[in-house]
Design a protein around this ligand. Structure first.
Ligand code: EPU
Length: 417
């Protein structure tokens, strides 16, 4: 298993480009199953989760050609509208093929995702939304089986709570359903809008993506197209925080500043100087941060996927901050590891109370999930001495060569095999 060795105390400077969004690329690959014509997706990040994501798509019989970030998918014959356990056992987002498969073939059999380090992550909302479009769904032996032999029909879906992949799943199903579908309390994340843009290019009729009510007028068939995935807002946010924690001066390029608006606001309050210029953001942070509270929320609120990295910054801020996690029930796994590095954090239910310290100390820590690993990398960048981060396969799932990008802007980080 690979580890990172990081020697702390080097401010980041220079320019770092952002890759395509992992969480946009995942539904985009699934959406290719909705047409028998080739779809070309550009800017697919070279993250492990995408490589494993291609597996269930390929398993259905679709042909995939992956050329350095440009992926062509041709789902002419879907011989196997299923995602068996062996193919999806390490993936959380396996449910994303459920909607497209049942919409295109009238049948889907998908192994249910297990829980993961950050929470139980059930898919009950995906299931009931698809039932509202006429799918008959059975869950047994660890599988979800959806059947709609006469095709799906449009319907009213009202999500009890906002779900990102649930919204994406039902959106992909609704585009081929007969008649109109209205999705209420839909997720407004940029990844949902990106998916709607791709589907529209494929011939779908969608209104309201990016708002909490999405209307879809079903069409008979979709066609091939070409689409570039949006920049990864979580990677952009991770770099902004990496610059701030090291008190550096960094240009984060090829991103969409609007997508990290909530983070930028908090970072300015905490004392970072941030200038947006087109698709770049310059961040400077000559002094230590002031403690500022955050509460995670659905978009456009503060992203849960940046909570761990923000907490790393607050461990060396002046004063006491409260970080409240409202999306996932167990997303503070980084806190005990940060504490081993000298941070002062107390967890009370869904709230972390952080008293800023002068200095963190390098040591050995274990990454528990994707964003927790990123927060440990950030902490190690300013810790005194050397840190070793174990189980970096978690970070490889979602970031494209993070150590190479950080090293290019001055971090002393190396991968040890
Ligand atoms: N939920 C249910 N039932 C469902 C679906 C969700 O109770 O059927 C609950 C979840 O357990 C959670 C909340 O609703 O408490 C929100 O979950 P959501 O469905 O929005 O999360 P997701 O779609 O599974 C995506 C991202 C996550 C990101 C969340 C929240 C992808 C592939 N994953 O997950 O990304 O944290 O939205 O923004 O898009 C990451 O990249 O590290 C990551 C975990």
């Amino acid at each position: 298993m690979d580890k990172f060795k990081i020697s702390g105390g080097h401010p980041l400077s220079g320019e770092v480009p952002v890759s395509g969004s992992k969480n946009s690329a995942l539904p985009a690959l699934a959406a290719c199953l909705l047409t028998d014509e080739p779809v070309t997706l550009k800017r697919i990040p070279q993250a492990r989760e995408l490589q494993t994501r291609e597996m269930p798509v390929a398993h259905t019989g679709a042909k995939i050609l992956d050329r350095n970030g440009t992926v062509e998918v041709e789902a002419r014959d879907l011989e196997r509208p299923e995602a068996p356990y062996d193919v999806v056992k390490t993936m959380r987002a396996s449910s994303l093929v459920l909607g497209p498969l049942v919409a295109r073939t009238g049948r889907a059999r998908v192994s249910m995702p297990g829980g993961c380090a950050i929470g139980a992550r059930p898919i009950n909302l995906h299931v009931s939304a698809l039932e509202h479009l006429g799918a008959e769904i059975q869950q047994s032996h660890g599988y979800v089986e959806a059947v709609a032999l006469d095709g799906l029909r449009g319907g009213e879906v009202h999500f009890d709570r906002i779900t990102v992949t649930g919204t994406e799943d039902v959106l992909m199903a609704a585009v081929l359903a007969r008649g109109e579908t209205v999705i209420r309390n839909a997720a407004r994340e940029p990844e949902v809008t990106d998916l709607a843009d791709l589907l529209t290019k494929m011939g779908a009729r969608i209104e309201g993506a990016g708002t909490s009510i999405i209307r879809v007028e079903g069409v008979e068939r979709l066609h091939g197209t070409e689409h570039a995935i949006i920049p990864d807002r979580i990677e952009a946010g991770t770099f902004l925080l990496a610059a701030a924690i090291t008190r550096g001066d960094l240009m984060v390029s090829d991103c969409n500043p609007e997508h990290v608006g909530a983070l930028i606001m908090k970072m300015r309050q905490a004392g970072a100087e941030i200038n947006e210029d087109g698709d770049s953001i310059r961040v400077r942070c000559p002094n230590s941060a002031k403690a500022v509270d955050v509460t995670t929320e659905e978009y456009p609120g503060f992203a849960t996927d940046l909570q761990a990295q923000y907490m790393a910054w607050m461990t060396v801020a002046r004063g006491i901050s409260f970080v409240t996690e409202t999306i996932f029930e167990n997303r503070f796994m980084h806190a005990p590891e940060l504490t081993r590095m000298g941070a002062n954090i107390r967890i009370e239910g869904r709230q972390a109370i952080i008293a800023g310290e002068e200095q963190l100390m390098g040591t050995q820590v274990i990454a528990s999930d994707l964003r927790a690993s990123a927060s440990l990398v950030l902490a190690a960048l300013i810790a005194k001495g050397e840190s070793t981060i174990h189980r970096v396969y978690h970070i490889d799932r979602g970031y494209e060569q993070i150590e190479r990008k950080l090293a290019q802007v001055g971090a002393k980080i190396e991968r040890v095999q």
